[in-house]
Design a protein around this ligand. Structure first.
Ligand code: SF4
Ligand code: SF4
Length: 390
């Protein structure tokens, strides 16, 4: 049985480890349109897919190779050759032009808006995920390059660095430091925003006059500014180490490099144990915002079931959003999705704590995500119908 702690203390983790490049990449393109075809040869850093949603970065090939397959949510590249695209020209000096330049090179720019307060989130996102530690210690100049670029877009008058008390940190110039208790879920953006500004925000929304970026966001932006090359790597915690990994690297390669095998019945989690998502298969590739990988053996971890809710209230007692996960999960279970809105489903910050404490081992976060998804579909359908009726 895996032992679990809510502590966000990371200690010293050592430098980033670079893995051998895989032969095949499966590059996620969940909200993108491919601009290549099967059989095409591509260079490393060449753009292969364009974002279809505002604020989402375009996607580039992490290596030279041949496009082997294009599915609805991934492009498969088989590595061959060493050709690399030339770097981009010098970035614009700031504002919207710089934001769009970064987006074209793979950076998600949703948070890059003008605001009077810029919050830097250095609190680990989940227990066991320590990706910020080596960036703060060993890649500080790149993080500072990123911060400089962000300031030229956001133009903040106040800068806040939020850290977990007890973790090592270094301040930035003209930046206040706020320490929060090193306990999950204090690293989730909504709670960091609340600790800094007092404002409560819904998942996927921004505070009124503040914006928030993580240390890794700053590192990514700094790296693109320094190299003028697109973002093609992610940083993930695997085991005790933090790794620099090419986007699209498949689970089978990561497991092989780590010297472990994924057995039938095991679950591979992308992210941490609280908020992570189980991979569909071992050919799935990592995304630029994957924070970690965990292999749960078939006899490890909880086995969620569709047991009846016992009405014990344990989930409510621990919910940081002060909502009623048990009740909301029942709305989802019996397909009364819109009813869940009466119980403030949109206040859920998707921390997963309710499911951890559930006496009946109900998959509460999964029910909540399902209800949110169905509500969004219903909204889209009704706005389409309204549009057709005009
Ligand atoms: S995941 Fe559960 S505990 Fe966390 S905010 Fe949502 S309802 Fe509350
Ligand atoms: S903890 Fe589980 S069993 Fe208890 S009220 Fe919440 S959903 Fe129901």
């Amino acid at each position: 049985m895996t032992t679990f702690s809510f502590s966000l203390l990371t200690g010293e983790t050592g430098p980033l480890v670079t893995l051998n490049a895989p032969e095949t990449f499966s590059i996620p393109t969940p909200t993108h349109k491919s601009i290549v075809s099967e059989g095409d040869e591509v260079l490393a850093d060449e753009k292969i897919a364009e974002a279809t949603r505002p604020g989402v970065g375009d996607v580039h090939s992490p290596a030279a190779g041949k496009i082997e397959d294009i599915t609805v949510d991934a492009i498969v590249v088989r590595r061959s050759g060493t050709g690399q695209n030339t770097p981009d020209s010098a970035p614009p000096s700031g504002g919207k032009a710089l934001r769009e330049w970064l987006r074209g090179l793979g950076i998600n720019t949703y948070q890059l808006v003008r605001a009077s307060q810029l919050i830097i989130n250095a609190v680990p996102p989940e227990p066991g995920i320590s990706i910020y530690e080596p960036l703060i210690q060993d890649y500080r100049h790149i993080v500072e390059l990123g911060l400089d670029a962000v300031q030229r877009i956001v133009n903040p008058s106040k800068l806040h660095l939020v850290v977990a008390k007890g973790n090592r940190t270094n301040a930035f110039p003209n930046c206040s430091i706020l320490q929060v208790p090193p306990v999950y879920p204090n690293g989730i953006d909504q709670l960091v925003i609340k600790a800094t500004t007092g404002e409560e925000t819904l998942l996927g929304t921004r505070p009124k006059d503040a914006t928030i970026l993580s240390i890794r966001d700053l590192y990514y932006i700094g790296k693109v500014m320094e190299t003028k090359r697109p973002l093609t790597e992610t940083i993930m915690t695997i085991g005790k180490d933090n790794h620099l990994i090419k986007i699209g690297t498949q689970i089978r390669h990561l497991a092989q490099e780590a010297g472990v095998t994924v057995q039938p019945g095991d679950r591979v989690i992308f992210g941490g144990l609280m908020r992570g998502v189980a991979a569909l298969n071992i050919d799935q590739g990592v995304d630029k915002y994957t924070t970690g990988m965990i292999i749960l053996r078939h006899d490890e971890g909880l086995s969620p079931t569709d047991n009846f809710c016992l009405g014990c209230g344990e989930c409510e007692r621990h919910c940081p959003a002060r909502i009623m996960p048990g009740l909301i999960s029942r709305c989802a279970e019996f397909k009364h999705f819109e009813r869940a809105e009466d119980y403030h489903i949109h206040s859920c910050i998707e921390c997963g704590i309710c499911g951890y404490w559930c006496k009946a081992q109900r998959p509460l976060l999964q029910y909540i995500k399902l209800a949110k998804y169905e509500i969004a579909l219903l909204r889209t359908a009704s706005s389409t119908l309204e549009g057709e009726g005009q």
